[in-house]
Design a protein around this ligand. Structure first.
Ligand code: GLV
Ligand code: MN
Ligand code: MN
Length: 413
Protein backbone atom coordinates (compact mmCIF):
# COMPACT_ATOMS: atom_id res chain seq x y z
CA UNK A 1 0.00 0.00 0.00
CA UNK A 2 1.26 3.50 -0.80
CA UNK A 3 1.17 5.50 2.43
CA UNK A 4 2.09 9.13 2.29
CA UNK A 5 2.98 10.48 5.73
CA UNK A 6 3.17 14.26 6.15
CA UNK A 7 6.39 14.57 8.17
CA UNK A 8 6.44 18.37 8.01
CA UNK A 9 2.98 18.54 9.51
CA UNK A 10 4.01 16.24 12.39
CA UNK A 11 7.12 18.38 12.93
CA UNK A 12 5.01 21.56 13.06
CA UNK A 13 2.59 19.91 15.49
CA UNK A 14 5.48 18.77 17.70
CA UNK A 15 6.69 22.37 17.76
CA UNK A 16 3.28 23.66 18.79
CA UNK A 17 2.95 20.97 21.45
CA UNK A 18 6.35 22.02 22.87
CA UNK A 19 4.99 25.54 23.49
CA UNK A 20 2.70 24.09 26.19
CA UNK A 21 5.43 23.97 28.78
CA UNK A 22 6.35 25.31 32.21
CA UNK A 23 9.97 25.75 31.11
CA UNK A 24 11.69 28.12 28.68
CA UNK A 25 12.49 26.56 25.25
CA UNK A 26 14.17 24.33 24.28
CA UNK A 27 13.35 22.68 27.63
CA UNK A 28 9.88 21.22 28.09
CA UNK A 29 8.27 20.63 31.49
CA UNK A 30 4.71 19.35 31.35
CA UNK A 31 3.63 17.62 34.53
CA UNK A 32 0.33 15.76 34.46
CA UNK A 33 -2.78 17.83 35.25
CA UNK A 34 -0.84 21.12 35.44
CA UNK A 35 -1.79 24.04 33.17
CA UNK A 36 0.61 23.06 30.38
CA UNK A 37 -0.65 19.47 30.38
CA UNK A 38 -4.27 20.65 30.23
CA UNK A 39 -3.52 22.98 27.31
CA UNK A 40 -1.61 20.22 25.51
CA UNK A 41 -4.56 17.85 25.95
CA UNK A 42 -6.85 20.47 24.39
CA UNK A 43 -4.52 20.80 21.41
CA UNK A 44 -4.36 17.04 20.83
CA UNK A 45 -8.12 16.65 21.13
CA UNK A 46 -8.61 19.45 18.63
CA UNK A 47 -6.33 17.66 16.13
CA UNK A 48 -8.15 14.35 16.69
CA UNK A 49 -11.56 15.97 16.17
CA UNK A 50 -10.27 17.70 13.04
CA UNK A 51 -9.17 14.27 11.75
CA UNK A 52 -12.75 13.02 12.16
CA UNK A 53 -12.00 10.67 15.09
CA UNK A 54 -14.50 9.92 17.87
CA UNK A 55 -13.05 11.04 21.21
CA UNK A 56 -13.59 9.58 24.66
CA UNK A 57 -11.84 10.27 27.98
CA UNK A 58 -11.83 8.07 31.07
CA UNK A 59 -11.82 8.92 34.77
CA UNK A 60 -8.05 9.41 34.95
CA UNK A 61 -7.81 11.36 31.69
CA UNK A 62 -6.62 8.63 29.32
CA UNK A 63 -7.87 9.88 25.96
CA UNK A 64 -9.07 7.62 23.13
CA UNK A 65 -9.62 8.79 19.53
CA UNK A 66 -11.19 6.13 17.33
CA UNK A 67 -11.53 5.54 13.60
CA UNK A 68 -14.43 3.10 13.53
CA UNK A 69 -13.83 0.02 11.43
CA UNK A 70 -16.28 -1.77 9.14
CA UNK A 71 -16.89 -4.30 11.95
CA UNK A 72 -17.07 -2.23 15.14
CA UNK A 73 -17.90 -5.33 17.19
CA UNK A 74 -14.33 -6.66 16.81
CA UNK A 75 -11.58 -5.75 19.30
CA UNK A 76 -9.81 -2.65 17.98
CA UNK A 77 -6.15 -2.13 17.07
CA UNK A 78 -4.52 0.62 19.12
CA UNK A 79 -1.47 2.83 19.09
CA UNK A 80 -0.38 5.76 21.26
CA UNK A 81 1.95 7.07 23.93
CA UNK A 82 2.09 10.04 26.35
CA UNK A 83 2.39 13.82 26.27
CA UNK A 84 3.50 14.52 29.84
CA UNK A 85 7.17 15.45 30.20
CA UNK A 86 9.51 15.31 33.22
CA UNK A 87 11.07 18.58 34.45
CA UNK A 88 13.58 20.00 31.97
CA UNK A 89 12.88 17.41 29.29
CA UNK A 90 12.86 17.53 25.50
CA UNK A 91 10.01 17.54 23.02
CA UNK A 92 10.04 14.05 21.48
CA UNK A 93 9.65 11.54 24.33
CA UNK A 94 6.10 10.18 24.11
CA UNK A 95 4.87 12.95 21.84
CA UNK A 96 6.26 11.23 18.72
CA UNK A 97 4.06 8.22 19.50
CA UNK A 98 0.99 10.44 19.94
CA UNK A 99 1.40 12.78 16.97
CA UNK A 100 3.03 10.04 14.84
CA UNK A 101 0.16 7.72 15.78
CA UNK A 102 -2.37 10.37 14.79
CA UNK A 103 -0.58 11.02 11.50
CA UNK A 104 -0.47 7.26 10.81
CA UNK A 105 -4.27 7.20 11.11
CA UNK A 106 -4.64 10.37 9.02
CA UNK A 107 -2.33 8.94 6.35
CA UNK A 108 -4.40 5.74 6.16
CA UNK A 109 -7.59 7.78 5.93
CA UNK A 110 -6.11 9.59 2.92
CA UNK A 111 -5.85 6.26 1.07
CA UNK A 112 -8.68 4.05 -0.20
CA UNK A 113 -7.98 1.61 2.66
CA UNK A 114 -10.80 1.10 5.15
CA UNK A 115 -10.10 -0.95 8.32
CA UNK A 116 -12.14 -3.94 9.37
CA UNK A 117 -11.25 -3.43 13.03
CA UNK A 118 -11.45 0.05 14.52
CA UNK A 119 -8.10 1.81 14.89
CA UNK A 120 -7.66 3.82 18.08
CA UNK A 121 -5.13 6.39 19.24
CA UNK A 122 -4.59 6.35 23.01
CA UNK A 123 -3.00 9.26 24.89
CA UNK A 124 -2.02 7.79 28.26
CA UNK A 125 -2.13 9.86 31.44
CA UNK A 126 1.13 10.38 33.31
CA UNK A 127 3.59 7.92 31.84
CA UNK A 128 6.17 9.91 33.78
CA UNK A 129 6.33 9.42 37.56
CA UNK A 130 6.75 13.13 38.26
CA UNK A 131 3.54 14.15 40.05
CA UNK A 132 2.56 10.96 41.88
CA UNK A 133 5.88 9.11 42.11
CA UNK A 134 4.70 6.21 39.96
CA UNK A 135 5.17 5.85 36.20
CA UNK A 136 2.53 4.73 33.67
CA UNK A 137 -0.37 5.73 35.89
CA UNK A 138 -2.99 5.66 33.12
CA UNK A 139 -1.81 2.42 31.51
CA UNK A 140 -1.47 0.69 34.91
CA UNK A 141 -5.12 1.51 35.65
CA UNK A 142 -6.17 0.38 32.16
CA UNK A 143 -4.39 -2.94 32.65
CA UNK A 144 -5.75 -3.41 36.19
CA UNK A 145 -2.19 -3.46 37.58
CA UNK A 146 -3.08 -0.56 39.93
CA UNK A 147 -6.43 -0.87 41.65
CA UNK A 148 -8.77 1.84 42.84
CA UNK A 149 -7.62 1.61 46.48
CA UNK A 150 -3.95 2.09 45.58
CA UNK A 151 -4.92 4.89 43.17
CA UNK A 152 -6.82 6.68 45.92
CA UNK A 153 -3.77 6.60 48.19
CA UNK A 154 -1.54 8.33 45.63
CA UNK A 155 -0.49 11.79 46.74
CA UNK A 156 1.58 14.53 45.12
CA UNK A 157 4.41 16.40 46.88
CA UNK A 158 2.00 19.32 47.43
CA UNK A 159 -0.21 17.05 49.58
CA UNK A 160 -3.04 16.91 47.03
CA UNK A 161 -4.29 13.44 46.17
CA UNK A 162 -4.71 11.93 42.70
CA UNK A 163 -8.47 12.35 43.18
CA UNK A 164 -8.04 16.07 43.90
CA UNK A 165 -5.71 16.62 40.97
CA UNK A 166 -7.79 14.72 38.43
CA UNK A 167 -10.98 16.49 39.55
CA UNK A 168 -9.16 19.80 39.12
CA UNK A 169 -8.29 18.73 35.54
CA UNK A 170 -11.93 17.78 34.86
CA UNK A 171 -11.72 13.98 35.23
CA UNK A 172 -14.22 12.44 37.62
CA UNK A 173 -15.80 9.05 38.17
CA UNK A 174 -14.52 5.91 39.81
CA UNK A 175 -10.90 4.88 39.12
CA UNK A 176 -12.10 1.28 38.83
CA UNK A 177 -14.03 2.27 35.68
CA UNK A 178 -10.70 2.92 33.90
CA UNK A 179 -9.85 -0.79 33.62
CA UNK A 180 -10.16 -2.11 30.06
CA UNK A 181 -12.78 -4.74 29.34
CA UNK A 182 -11.75 -8.24 28.26
CA UNK A 183 -10.29 -8.29 24.75
CA UNK A 184 -10.65 -4.55 24.21
CA UNK A 185 -7.68 -4.53 21.87
CA UNK A 186 -6.60 -7.10 19.29
CA UNK A 187 -3.17 -5.45 19.16
CA UNK A 188 -1.26 -2.45 20.52
CA UNK A 189 1.84 -0.90 18.90
CA UNK A 190 3.65 2.08 20.44
CA UNK A 191 5.98 4.30 18.41
CA UNK A 192 8.73 5.96 20.50
CA UNK A 193 12.17 7.48 20.17
CA UNK A 194 14.85 4.93 21.11
CA UNK A 195 16.28 7.05 23.98
CA UNK A 196 19.56 5.20 23.36
CA UNK A 197 22.29 5.28 20.70
CA UNK A 198 22.08 1.93 18.90
CA UNK A 199 19.92 2.72 15.86
CA UNK A 200 21.86 5.88 15.06
CA UNK A 201 25.23 4.16 15.54
CA UNK A 202 24.23 1.27 13.31
CA UNK A 203 22.67 3.52 10.65
CA UNK A 204 19.27 1.82 10.95
CA UNK A 205 15.84 3.31 10.32
CA UNK A 206 13.81 1.59 13.02
CA UNK A 207 13.99 -0.88 15.90
CA UNK A 208 11.36 -3.54 16.48
CA UNK A 209 11.20 -4.01 20.25
CA UNK A 210 11.10 -7.60 21.47
CA UNK A 211 11.12 -7.02 25.27
CA UNK A 212 10.75 -4.19 27.77
CA UNK A 213 12.90 -4.06 30.92
CA UNK A 214 11.51 -4.49 34.44
CA UNK A 215 11.44 -1.19 36.38
CA UNK A 216 11.33 -0.79 40.14
CA UNK A 217 11.42 2.27 42.33
CA UNK A 218 11.81 2.97 46.02
CA UNK A 219 11.52 5.93 48.34
CA UNK A 220 14.09 5.89 51.13
CA UNK A 221 13.61 8.13 54.17
CA UNK A 222 16.61 8.72 56.43
CA UNK A 223 16.16 10.34 59.81
CA UNK A 224 19.25 11.43 61.73
CA UNK A 225 19.96 14.28 64.11
CA UNK A 226 20.33 17.89 63.10
CA UNK A 227 22.29 20.61 64.79
CA UNK A 228 24.62 23.57 64.46
CA UNK A 229 27.19 23.14 61.66
CA UNK A 230 29.83 24.87 63.75
CA UNK A 231 29.12 23.60 67.23
CA UNK A 232 28.21 19.94 66.72
CA UNK A 233 31.42 17.88 66.87
CA UNK A 234 32.07 15.51 63.98
CA UNK A 235 32.33 12.52 66.28
CA UNK A 236 28.86 13.21 67.73
CA UNK A 237 27.01 13.49 64.43
CA UNK A 238 24.22 11.38 62.89
CA UNK A 239 24.04 13.30 59.62
CA UNK A 240 21.06 12.12 57.54
CA UNK A 241 22.50 13.39 54.28
CA UNK A 242 25.80 11.55 54.69
CA UNK A 243 23.87 8.32 55.26
CA UNK A 244 21.86 9.15 52.12
CA UNK A 245 25.08 9.76 50.19
CA UNK A 246 26.38 6.34 51.20
CA UNK A 247 23.08 4.76 50.21
CA UNK A 248 23.28 6.44 46.78
CA UNK A 249 26.75 4.96 46.29
CA UNK A 250 25.42 1.57 47.43
CA UNK A 251 22.76 1.80 44.69
CA UNK A 252 25.49 2.37 42.13
CA UNK A 253 27.60 -0.53 43.34
CA UNK A 254 24.59 -2.89 43.60
CA UNK A 255 23.66 -2.12 39.98
CA UNK A 256 27.27 -2.61 38.84
CA UNK A 257 27.64 -5.82 40.80
CA UNK A 258 25.64 -7.86 38.25
CA UNK A 259 28.28 -7.17 35.60
CA UNK A 260 25.53 -6.72 33.00
CA UNK A 261 24.90 -3.58 30.93
CA UNK A 262 21.22 -4.40 31.29
CA UNK A 263 21.20 -3.58 35.02
CA UNK A 264 20.93 0.13 35.88
CA UNK A 265 20.38 1.98 39.14
CA UNK A 266 19.78 5.70 39.66
CA UNK A 267 19.11 8.05 42.56
CA UNK A 268 17.34 10.91 40.77
CA UNK A 269 15.88 12.70 43.79
CA UNK A 270 17.58 13.74 47.03
CA UNK A 271 15.83 16.19 49.38
CA UNK A 272 17.73 17.41 52.41
CA UNK A 273 16.10 19.01 55.47
CA UNK A 274 16.31 21.72 56.68
CA UNK A 275 18.52 22.71 53.75
CA UNK A 276 20.64 25.42 55.35
CA UNK A 277 24.39 25.65 54.82
CA UNK A 278 25.05 26.01 58.56
CA UNK A 279 22.76 23.21 59.69
CA UNK A 280 23.57 19.48 59.92
CA UNK A 281 20.87 17.66 57.91
CA UNK A 282 18.37 15.90 60.16
CA UNK A 283 16.35 14.30 57.35
CA UNK A 284 17.01 13.13 53.80
CA UNK A 285 14.67 11.59 51.25
CA UNK A 286 15.87 9.62 48.23
CA UNK A 287 14.03 8.28 45.22
CA UNK A 288 15.70 5.27 43.64
CA UNK A 289 15.10 3.68 40.23
CA UNK A 290 16.45 0.19 39.42
CA UNK A 291 15.86 -1.70 36.16
CA UNK A 292 16.88 -4.86 34.41
CA UNK A 293 15.59 -6.94 31.56
CA UNK A 294 15.90 -9.90 33.96
CA UNK A 295 13.32 -9.50 36.75
CA UNK A 296 15.00 -11.79 39.28
CA UNK A 297 18.40 -10.16 38.77
CA UNK A 298 16.69 -6.78 39.34
CA UNK A 299 15.17 -8.13 42.56
CA UNK A 300 18.58 -9.34 43.74
CA UNK A 301 19.87 -5.77 43.28
CA UNK A 302 16.95 -4.46 45.37
CA UNK A 303 17.85 -6.96 48.12
CA UNK A 304 21.45 -5.82 48.04
CA UNK A 305 20.36 -2.18 48.40
CA UNK A 306 18.18 -3.22 51.37
CA UNK A 307 21.14 -4.90 53.09
CA UNK A 308 23.37 -1.88 52.45
CA UNK A 309 20.74 0.40 54.01
CA UNK A 310 20.70 -1.77 57.10
CA UNK A 311 24.46 -1.69 57.48
CA UNK A 312 24.63 2.10 56.96
CA UNK A 313 21.76 2.63 59.43
CA UNK A 314 23.55 0.72 62.19
CA UNK A 315 26.97 2.20 61.59
CA UNK A 316 25.73 5.82 61.43
CA UNK A 317 23.03 5.61 64.11
CA UNK A 318 20.24 6.89 61.88
CA UNK A 319 16.79 5.50 61.02
CA UNK A 320 16.26 4.27 57.46
CA UNK A 321 12.79 3.45 56.08
CA UNK A 322 12.41 1.91 52.62
CA UNK A 323 9.06 2.28 50.85
CA UNK A 324 8.77 0.20 47.66
CA UNK A 325 6.76 2.13 45.04
CA UNK A 326 6.70 -0.43 42.25
CA UNK A 327 8.54 -3.56 41.12
CA UNK A 328 7.11 -4.56 37.77
CA UNK A 329 7.84 -7.65 35.72
CA UNK A 330 9.50 -7.28 32.30
CA UNK A 331 7.40 -7.75 29.16
CA UNK A 332 7.96 -9.91 26.09
CA UNK A 333 6.49 -8.42 22.95
CA UNK A 334 3.95 -10.32 20.89
CA UNK A 335 5.29 -12.19 17.85
CA UNK A 336 2.30 -11.36 15.61
CA UNK A 337 2.50 -7.60 16.29
CA UNK A 338 6.29 -7.69 15.82
CA UNK A 339 5.78 -9.55 12.53
CA UNK A 340 3.39 -6.85 11.31
CA UNK A 341 6.06 -4.23 12.06
CA UNK A 342 8.77 -6.26 10.32
CA UNK A 343 6.60 -6.80 7.23
CA UNK A 344 5.89 -3.07 7.17
CA UNK A 345 9.66 -2.31 7.27
CA UNK A 346 10.25 -4.74 4.40
CA UNK A 347 7.35 -3.32 2.38
CA UNK A 348 8.88 0.17 2.62
CA UNK A 349 12.50 -0.89 2.16
CA UNK A 350 13.57 0.26 5.62
CA UNK A 351 16.47 -1.13 7.61
CA UNK A 352 15.57 -2.50 11.04
CA UNK A 353 16.83 -4.62 13.89
CA UNK A 354 15.22 -6.24 16.91
CA UNK A 355 16.11 -4.67 20.24
CA UNK A 356 15.08 -4.44 23.87
CA UNK A 357 13.74 -1.34 25.57
CA UNK A 358 15.63 -0.35 28.70
CA UNK A 359 13.21 2.51 29.28
CA UNK A 360 9.68 1.67 30.37
CA UNK A 361 6.65 2.65 28.37
CA UNK A 362 2.88 2.40 28.51
CA UNK A 363 3.36 -0.65 26.27
CA UNK A 364 4.79 -2.48 29.32
CA UNK A 365 1.31 -2.42 30.88
CA UNK A 366 -0.74 -2.74 27.68
CA UNK A 367 1.19 -5.97 27.10
CA UNK A 368 -0.61 -7.42 30.15
CA UNK A 369 -4.01 -7.06 28.42
CA UNK A 370 -3.32 -7.03 24.67
CA UNK A 371 -0.80 -8.44 22.19
CA UNK A 372 1.78 -5.63 22.19
CA UNK A 373 4.98 -4.52 20.49
CA UNK A 374 6.93 -1.28 20.07
CA UNK A 375 8.69 0.52 17.28
CA UNK A 376 11.73 2.70 17.99
CA UNK A 377 13.17 5.45 15.80
CA UNK A 378 16.69 6.85 16.21
CA UNK A 379 17.28 9.99 18.25
CA UNK A 380 20.38 12.15 18.08
CA UNK A 381 23.29 10.78 20.15
CA UNK A 382 20.79 8.59 21.99
CA UNK A 383 19.95 11.57 24.21
CA UNK A 384 16.62 11.71 26.07
CA UNK A 385 15.11 13.30 29.19
CA UNK A 386 17.13 16.40 28.24
CA UNK A 387 16.21 19.61 26.37
CA UNK A 388 18.57 18.70 23.50
CA UNK A 389 16.63 15.49 22.74
CA UNK A 390 16.08 15.40 18.97
CA UNK A 391 14.61 13.12 16.31
CA UNK A 392 14.77 14.23 12.68
CA UNK A 393 11.61 14.79 10.61
CA UNK A 394 12.84 12.02 8.27
CA UNK A 395 13.21 9.54 11.14
CA UNK A 396 9.73 10.42 12.41
CA UNK A 397 8.31 10.09 8.90
CA UNK A 398 9.86 6.64 8.44
CA UNK A 399 8.63 5.41 11.82
CA UNK A 400 5.15 6.75 11.18
CA UNK A 401 5.02 5.04 7.79
CA UNK A 402 5.95 1.67 9.33
CA UNK A 403 3.41 2.20 12.09
CA UNK A 404 0.63 3.08 9.62
CA UNK A 405 1.38 0.04 7.47
CA UNK A 406 1.44 -2.28 10.50
CA UNK A 407 -1.80 -0.84 11.89
CA UNK A 408 -3.47 -1.44 8.51
CA UNK A 409 -2.27 -5.06 8.50
CA UNK A 410 -3.42 -5.70 12.07
CA UNK A 411 -6.78 -3.99 11.55
CA UNK A 412 -7.49 -6.15 8.48
CA UNK A 413 -7.10 -9.44 10.41
C1 GLV B 1 10.23 6.59 31.15
O1 GLV B 1 10.27 7.80 30.97
C2 GLV B 1 11.27 5.91 31.80
O2 GLV B 1 11.77 6.45 32.82
O3 GLV B 1 11.69 4.85 31.32
MN1 MN C 1 10.23 9.73 29.58
MN1 MN D 1 8.26 8.04 26.94
Amino acid sequence: MIISVDGLRVQAELETLATFSDDAPPAVTRVVFGNADRQARGFIKHLCAEAGLAIREDAVGNTFARWTGSDPTLPAVATGSHIDAIPHAGRYDGTVGVLGGLEAIRALRRTAYRPRRSIELVVFTSEEPTRFGIGCLGSRLLAGVLDEGAGKRLEAADGRTLDEWRTHAGFTGSLSSVRLGERSYAAFAELHIEQGPLLEREGLDVGVVSAIAAPASLRIAIDGEGGHAGALLMKDRHDAFLAAAEIALAVESAARSTGSDDTVGTVGVCDVFPGAVNSVPSRARLEVDVRDIDGSRRDAVLDRIGRACDEIRQRRGVAVRIEPINADAPARCDARVMDALVLACEEHGLRYRHMISRAYHDALFLSRVAPTAMLFIPCRDGVSHRPDEYASPEAIERGTTVLADALARLASE
